[in-house]
Design a protein around this ligand. Structure first.
Ligand code: ADP
Ligand code: ZN
Length: 556
């Protein structure tokens, strides 16, 4: 480890993973981005005879790894769609001769690590038969599956080619598998085990004998500063706000802006550069960008000629750039926010992870993600996190992760602090109290619920925006009255005084914020349709005292 990689101490769960792995066990290792997953298979690869096969989703990531390994004098190769015929032939020849060479010892020119993209396994018969030869010769030491959550449709990065990796265990039942990931909720973990045909995870005494060994490492990184900023209502103002933020706080620093759609990524890249008069140089990355262009962007970004990459979540798997100083998000879930933030500050230096949020986003995001109750719960977790202007972000994350995965709160413990200590450096820990306005909205909430009940009694449903207009007497409340098929639009007729003692005296934005707060605190329920985000009345628990906290005007 010291001689080849220049690393003198193991970090997190590296040592355990290396040992279990060299012991021939199946292993799942969940470690935060930047935690040091590569070492957990690169070191065993050097210490055991034979070749370690690494399946990794992105050519750019593989290229970086190969570069580092070659610099360290390690025999590492890659086989991807982009490898030239001549080179591929040479590599295949070397592997074939390794397979047929006798004895268990290591030869000078043995390939220690062979990186491939998943389609090699999914689509190349030739490569599979080469692997078979290696296995028969006892020269396939282990199979490493990087970003293993990509095999599961329950995760957030499903890749069809990854699913085909199930063939590996079927063809090569005795080769140990090491699955690596930075995020892996229990459901995804179970799915990974099933798809890859790995044995169930075992714990305690049983772990000494059989089964898959599961390692997870702390998630809290204290150099990341989490904050939520209010997002202006018009797209144009959002761009200006981001431009200002970047020029003020990160003038010459590299960063990423995560966007919700491919189109958004393009628009944001274009406008951010324009609004800043070219002072912020941007690039675009999403699934539809051609491979050659992606490679180019990775290069320009590493060199600094592109400062900010505007991207969808497609950008990120294996970004190997240490000095990402800020990540701006428009994200759909806390998992996403956490995962995307993981790309910042991998060099250990301070980095900002800013979530731009406005409650009305719930409307838009729901149409993208929330087709099931699971997605709905995720959206609520996100909204609850974003609306909270008091609790430390670290504690909010700790609560979320311990509730939504089998990671214990202790995962967030660092040497200096326990999981429930405030971080002291997030927005909620550092915000001056006078920049927040608190308002008792118990009466307005009661009115809103009464109005919704009245709408419900008339058989209608309301969108969040529609409800806000309706509550203020602006008649935005046309709604479907015709059962399942009929599309009859009718205006709601409300006697405000009789129903709710008058109209609601809050601004449109405040009513929307309040509605979201009522949703995430389960005073309201929601129903989803394919065309619109609709809210309808739910049970109202006994107590009703709510407070609306928001940025004061000056701070906005
Ligand atoms: P991951 O794949 O988990 O995102 P990497 O394997 O790319 O992380 O490692 C991130 C960085 O941490 C690399 O620069 C690596 O050299 C470094 N690193 C890994 N393990 C250690 C360690 N035990 N001590 C110091 N640095 C380490
Ligand atoms: Zn904090």
């Amino acid at each position: 480890m010291k001689k080849v990689f220049g690393i003198s101490n193991f970090r997190l769960c590296q040592q355990g993973v290396c040992n279990a792995n060299m012991d021939g066990r199946d292993v799942v290792c969940v470690m935060p981005t930047g935690g040091g997953k590569s070492l957990t298979y690169q070191l065993p690869a050097l210490l055991t005879p034979g070749c370690t096969l690494v399946i990794s989703p992105l050519i750019s990531l593989i290229t970086d790894q190969i570069l580092h390994l070659r610099e360290a004098g390690v025999e590492a190769v890659m086989l991807t769609g982009g490898t030239s015929k001549a080179l591929a032939n040479e590599i295949q020849q070397r592997l074939t001769s390794m397979a047929s060479s006798r004895g268990g010892g290591q030869q000078e020119r043995d390939i220690k690590l062979c990186y491939v993209t998943p389609e090699k396994i999914a689509k190349s018969k030739g490569f599979m038969s080469l692997l078979r030869k290696l296995v028969e010769g006892g020269k396939l030491a282990r199979i490493v599956i990087d970003e293993a959550h990509c095999v599961s449709q329950l995760g957030h990065d499903f890749r069809p080619d990854y699913k085909k990796l199930s063939a590996l265990r079927q063809f090569f039942p005795h080769v140990p598998i090491l699955a690596l990931s930075a995020t892996c909720p229990p459901k995804v973990l179970q799915d990974i085990l099933k798809i890859l045909h790995m044995k169930p995870v075992v714990d305690g005494k049983a772990a000494a004998r059989e089964g898959t060994i599961y390692f997870s490492a702390p998630l809290y990184r204290k150099n990341l500063h989490y904050s939520v900023l209010p997002k202006p209502s018009s797209a144009k103002d959002v761009i200006s706000a981001m431009s200002e933020y970047i020029l003020q706080n990160h003038k010459n620093n590299s960063g990423i802006v995560y966007c919700l759609t491919k189109k958004d990524a393009e628009t944001v890249a274009e406008n951010l550069q324009a609004v800043s008069n070219g002072r912020i140089r941007t690039g675009v990355y999403h699934a539809d960008i051609a491979d050659a262009q992606k490679e180019g962007l990775h290069r320009q970004w590493r060199q600094g000629s592109v400062q900010v990459v505007c991207a969808t979540i497609a950008f990120g798997l294996g970004i190997d750039k240490g000095n990402v100083r800020f990540v701006l998000h428009h994200t759909k879930s806390l998992d996403g926010y956490y995962q995307e933030s993981g790309r910042a500050g991998r060099d250990g230096q301070d980095a900002d992870c800013v979530l731009y949020y406005r409650p009305q986003d719930a409307t838009r995001q729901s149409s993208i993600t929330c087709t099931d109750t699971d997605g709905q719960a995720k959206l609520h977790d996100m909204l609850r996190f974003a609306q909270d202007m008091q609790e430390c972000r670290k504690i909010l994350f700790a609560k979320y992760f311990s509730a939504s995965s089998d990671l214990s709160m202790a995962s967030w413990t660092t040497e200096e602090s326990s999981a429930m200590d405030k971080c002291g450096h997030c927005d909620n820990c550092t915000r001056a109290p006078e920049t927040v306005e608190h308002k008792d909205v118990t009466v307005e909430t009661w009115q809103l619920l009464k109005i919704l009940e009245a709408v419900d009694a008339q058989g209608g449903r309301q969108t969040i925006a529609g409800l806000s207009d309706l509550a203020r007497g602006l008649g935005g409340g046309s709604f479907d009255t015709g059962g399942k098929r009929q599309k009859v639009k009718e205006k709601v007729q409300l006697d405000y005084d009789a129903v709710a003692g008058g109209k609601v005296g809050l601004s449109k934005d405040d009513i929307e914020t309040l509605t979201v707060q009522l949703l995430v605190s389960r005073y309201l329920g929601e129903a989803f349709s394919s065309t619109a985000y609709t809210v309808n009345v739910y049970v109202i628990p006994g107590e009703l005292a709510l407070r609306l906290s928001r940025f004061s005007r000056a701070d906005v």
